[in-house]
Design a protein around this ligand. Structure first.
Ligand code: NAP
Length: 289
């Protein structure tokens, strides 16, 4: 069997077109342009590229983007003061703090300081709690992109056994939490694996849908996958030989029924979902919270 590709790039284009239409409607009805403020601290080249791509994507769908660039020497208090200012600024609807932050800045303290209604990355404990309780305000961008990729490709999630490898706050944990909820696009039986999991291949071979977010190039091999499974590779590992996912694509595509490529799989969807969240933040604030 050779797996069919799950095309994240095409879906991201479609989602962006949908957001652009909704943004135009929002502006017409409210007279307000949704605005995302990005905060970039330091000069990490990868972060610069990520922020630039997010800004470009905003502009393409009619969302205003503002960049607040701070030097690597910025203190935590200075950063918290900027967040407080953006929280109060009614012309800013979403706040994005690009990670990682320089050493010496307590990441959680900064992320916790973002107002929950402007927390378009869905990192604030209030928003994480709402996801856990099945009444989300925002969905975290990468897991939401994965969920949309599954739903819009007609992959049955309800009743399926989903195995998530990785338990990060950004991908693994919220991914599992979202798919175990009641309702459409969820209702899965979910297993979460991590570096302390005993006999990982025995568990991954049970997966109808295997979602991998660990950050190790080509870690998942063909013998770890059940024939016919759907494999979603969140990994983005830059090596001397190029960019690779966490899945050994060539081997696993011979076993799986559907598989995401890297690049062109999950990556483009993350930004599309950020646009969706920024629009939702603007809607919530226009409606008074
Ligand atoms: P992370 O915070 O480093 O977490 C990695 C997780 O993988 C941890 O839970 C870790 O377990 C687990 N793990 C590591 N080695 C393992 C092993 N040998 N067996 C089983 N589990 C193992 O990473 P992340 O932020 O979730 O990112 C994961 C990957 O996704 C990275 O390549 C990242 O670049 C990529 N990513 C892509 C996007 C996108 O838009 N496409 C977005 C975010 C992240 P422990 O908890 O036990 O340490």
């Amino acid at each position: 069997m050779t797996a069919t590709l799950l095309d994240g790039k095409a879906l991201a284009n479609q989602l962006r077109e949908e957001v652009a239409e909704k943004v135009a409607d929002f502006i017409e009805n409210n007279g307000t342009v949704p605005c995302l403020a990005a905060v970039l601290v330091g000069d990490d080249p990868a972060s610069e590229i990520y922020v630039r791509n997010k800004q470009k994507a905003c502009e393409r769908v009619g969302i205003e983007s503002r960049l607040h660039r701070l030097s690597a020497q910025t203190s935590q208090d200075e950063l918290l003061a900027l967040i407080a200012k953006l929280n109060k600024d009614t012309s800013v609807h979403g706040i994005l703090v690009q990670l990682p932050l320089p050493k010496g800045i307590h990441e959680k303290r900064v992320l916790d300081a973002v107002h929950p209604l402007k927390d378009v990355d869905a990192f604030h404990p209030e928003n994480v709690g709402r996801i856990a309780q099945g009444r989300p305000r925002f969905l975290p961008c990468t897991p939401h992109g994965v969920q949309q990729l599954l739903v819009r490709n007609g992959i049955p999630i309800g009743g399926s056994h989903v195995v998530v490898i990785g338990r990060s706050e950004i991908v693994g944990k919220p991914m599992a939490m979202m798919l175990v909820q009641r309702g459409d696009g969820a209702d899965a039986t979910v297993s979460i694996c991590h570096s302390r999991t005993r006999d990982l291949p025995a568990i991954t071979r049970l997966a109808d849908i295997l979602i991998v977010a660990i950050g190790r190039a080509k870690f998942v091999t063909g013998d770890m996958v059940k024939p016919g499974a759907v494999v979603v590779d969140v990994g983005m590992n830059r090596t001397d030989e190029g960019l690779f996912g966490d899945v050994d694509f060539e081997a696993v595509r011979e076993v799986a029924s559907r598989i995401t490529p890297v690049p062109g799989g999950v990556g483009p969807l993350t930004i599309a979902m950020l646009l969706e969240n920024t629009l939702e933040a603007a809607r919530l604030q226009a409606a008074g919270g």
